[in-house]
Design a protein around this ligand. Structure first.
Ligand SMILES: NC(=O)C1=CN([C@@H]2O[C@H](COP(=O)(O)OP(=O)(O)OC[C@H]3O[C@@H](n4cnc5c(N)ncnc54)[C@H](OP(=O)(O)O)[C@@H]3O)[C@@H](O)[C@H]2O)C=CC1
Ligand SMILES: N[C@@H](C=O)C(=O)O
Length: 267
């Protein structure tokens, strides 16, 4: 670690797209890096460019986070390396297929990566952060977390999990010196769309450049946001939605069903 380092950031899915931009931006902010994805050659290419341009230390770990043995290997790094101060859970994939057009094994693989790997990596990193009284987790969710009708339902469900998990983690960890941020990108120009089965969408005028998305997400991180939604234009809209969610949550612990159901039961 160099003298000005902010510690080491572990970024999953750093061989392309959003993860590769996070790698660049975090290196420029003074982090050393551990980059994780399946494609070692692409990881090394990202690492070489960043090292040349910033001089920071970059290690690459080729791992399939959907495969239990590889996942355990990355968990061990997160548990054992006390220089790690930031985990960016970014690796993921989506789909545009409807329920009846989806291969269930592919849906399970999506849950393995988008939900199980993200959860296990968080569980590996956070105890060390708490023990050291500092650290941060950035979880890449999606706007489909609050718009599950937009794309494939399992994808939407997996990203809603990421949002809810992040909100719960924040609730538990905020007073222990650990930051949590959930990022909800909208359509972003990466290989995601080709893999999801709708490559042409990456050319849509509604799609954001990955650099703009990550820069906005990091601006949200600097502002101390728990939830950052780069494409949401109207200020205060998320906060109003979240305040209503909390108000409903405060009205849910009652021994009696609501009167409307009691009336229906008597009829
Ligand atoms: N692009 C978009 O419109 C949006 C994207 N997102 C989310 O952003 C995140 C990043 O996606 P994005 O950059 O767009 O897409 P990319 O397809 O460009 O990046 C996905 C990254 O995940 C890695 N990855 C995929 N499968 C695995 C695996 N089994 N094990 C380890 N790494 C894996 C890929 O590398 P490799 O193939 O080398 O393993 C790649 O580095 C995802 O979580 C996605 O759901 C959210 C909202 C919108
Ligand atoms: N947020 C994107 C995918 O996850 C999208 O729906 O545009």
């Amino acid at each position: 670690m160099n003298a000005n380092s902010k510690g080491t950031a572990v970024i999953t899915g750093a061989s392309s797209g959003i993860g590769a931009i996070y790698a660049d931006r975090l290196a420029r902010r003074g982090y050393d890096l551990i980059l994780v994805a399946r494609n070692q050659e692409r990881l090394q290419e990202v690492a070489r460019k960043i090292t040349d341009e910033t001089g920071c230390s970059v290690n690459v770990v080729a791992a399939d986070l959907g495969a239990p043995q590889d996942l355990r290997r990355v968990e061990a790094i997160l548990r054992d390396n006390a220089s790690i101060t930031l985990l960016v859970n970014n690796a993921g994939f989506g789909s545009v297929t409807p329920l009846l057009g989806s291969d269930i094994d592919k849906m399970e693989a999506m849950i393995d990566l988008n939900v199980t790997a993200l959860t296990r990596l968080t569980y590996a990193a956070v105890p060390g952060f708490v023990a050291r009284g500092a650290g941060a987790v950035i979880n890449i969710s999606s706007i489909v977390a609050i718009g599950p009708e937009i794309l494939n339902g399992v994808y939407g469900g997996s990203k809603a999990y990421v949002l809810a998990f992040s909100q719960s983690l924040h609730h538990e960890l905020a007073d222990k010196g650990v930051r949590v941020q959930a990022v909800l990108p909208g359509g972003t120009a990466t290989e995601f769309w080709g893999i999801a089965g709708f490559g042409a969408y990456a050319e849509s005028p509604k799609v954001m450049a990955a650099t703009d998305m990550v820069d906005a997400a990091l601006a949200g991180f600097d502002l101390g946001e728990l939830v950052t939604i780069p494409p949401l234009q109207q200020d205060g809209r998320w906060e109003a939605h979240d305040a209503e969610r909390r108000a409903i949550a405060a009205d849910l612990a009652h021994a009696q069903p609501a009167p409307r159901y009691r009336a229906a039961a008597l009829a």
